[in-house]
Design a protein around this ligand. Sequence first.
Ligand code: M6R
Length: 665
Amino acid sequence: MDAATAPPPSPARWRVGLEQSPVSSVTFRHAREHRVKACRGIILKGMCGIVGYVGPLTPSDRPLSVALEGLARLEYRGYDSAGVALATPDGVQMRKKAGKLKNLRDSLETDPLPAATAAIGHTRWATHGAPSDENAHPHLSADGKLALIHNGIIENFAALRAEVESSGVRLRSETDSEVVAHLLARAFDAIGDLTEAMRTVSARLQGAYTLLAIHEDVPGVIVGARRNSPLVIGLGEGENFLGSDVAAFISHTRTALEMGQDQIVTVSADEVRVIDADGAPVTPREYTVDWDASAAVKGGFDTFMAKEIHDQPAAVGDTLLGRADETGRLRLDEARIDESVLRSVDTIIVIACGTAAYAGHVAKYAIEHWCRIPVEVELAHEFRYRDPIVNEKTLVVAISQSGETMDTLMAVRHAREQGAQVLAICNTYGATIPREADAVLYTHAGPEVAVASTKAFLAQITACYLLGLYLAQLRGNMFIDETQALLAELAEMPSKIQEVLDTEGHITDVARDLSGVDSVLFLGRHVGFPVALEGALKLKEIAYIHAEGFAAGELKHGPIALIDQGQVVIIVVPSPRGRDQLHAKVVSNIQEVRARGARTIVVAEEGDDNVEPYADVIFRVPQTSTLLAPLVSVVPLQIFACQLASAKGLDVDQPRNLAKSVTVE
Ligand code: M6R
């Protein structure tokens, strides 16, 4: 029996302080505190990436180059089309192309746009209308003086479209967004002020939106608005930036402002003004982005996914950093939950989607073992619609890399409405989910660009361990020396992950050999089960190979019928030093599938010789406590999927039909 799976100690022996750590300082122009108003109800939201840049009134090429660079960093949000609009001395100039950003770049090289003072840019994930040139953003007003980009879905667009068309305007696209361009232009003509026009029009829109607009009469200004879609502001010297997230401008400034719900921003080269829906000035929260610009580029790897797999020792190490106070006690990043409430929690429900949900499955094993609290794990979209039993004694843990996943956000809102406390585990500072949660534990994986999540997964698992240890400490399930022993073990994980990365050559050879297979099954048990599920998901989403993950114990209850001559089966084997003879049982499973003709790839600890007779291939991982093993055992599966997809010549970072952040229900 290893340390992490030893029986938990008896409860309630000491108390700890829960510190509220200020994460940013507000040094902006207006004094009023900004509060996020959680928006109730079901909202559909489109994805898409948005960037804006305003510089000096002397036109230059910088607005376009900043916009294109921002779009390249935001392409993970959608890549159905890309477009830019510039405020130039010749009025608003626009170019947009269906397909990836490269198509837009090629067009601009062949037929360049003039120097400008401001730019807005958009990369699209299609919702209303096919991915065509016409439906690409920006959209122009009828007189061509105003350009607008939009992320989201305008739910009342049919009525607004009818209104616009009845005024004699012929719409050029099938989008809900173009309607807003016409409404905004009309409001500007009537009011003569772009900010006020945006405020008036926004008030008429239902649904979700981030909007940015430029107008040729105010060439040094971008006006933006947001509801239920993200928008952040980057503060520069004599220039300012806007983006769906900080990746849009990270190479130019690290000083950012959070935009709240239903706010309007007016940005020029020297000033940023934010107002609320009533027109009252607002002071947005200023913070420093601690991501390195180089973290958002490939760093010598062929793909972002490969780079992000190699970022994992740092992602785990950084997520562990600075968690304990001077007395060694753990703390959360932001805590707006009373300690007594956390002590009285009788159920934890983890809500998340995709890979984040598999991190939640790992959390269940650890938190139940360490804290003796029942933990349920549920896909956020299922939780939201099944009338879950949730009350003030329920702690809902929402795990999301992006913090913008609509299914998870809706589940968070639903849980809070039922009286539950919500704790977010998130990788994106200031995203909607952590802002609406009662407490936050940030992962520090840095920007994850590849659609297939890797380093965020390991960071999420790490954060779940920290949460388990924090609750165990708070509720008295562990002495401080016990939590510290586990923290010390966690601190060794980055170098163990690196040891797995060092075996990449062997895994790559195996992946290349198997690039022709059309089905792979994954088996795992205990914490190896979510690892198997994650291994299968990686292979499906980037290599387009049919892959299924099963609990190894379930094999004889059905899945074994799938085993045929040559079927590839990847088995995640628990530590031979673990409890309950799980190791022996999984080794039997390997024998069972091999006897029926399967080709077996076994993920096993260094020194585990028992698996050798039954494994065609072994991916070795360092010895680790059972509960912490997912941090190493998933790594070969990530490399396997990445290298197999590369060997097939597929677009590893931007797989078909997917986008990084799923912000539609
Ligand atoms: O941003 P989130 O963590 O909320 O995203 C959740 C899932 O959409 C995400 O993990 C998805 O499953 C990835 N493509 C998996 O690689």
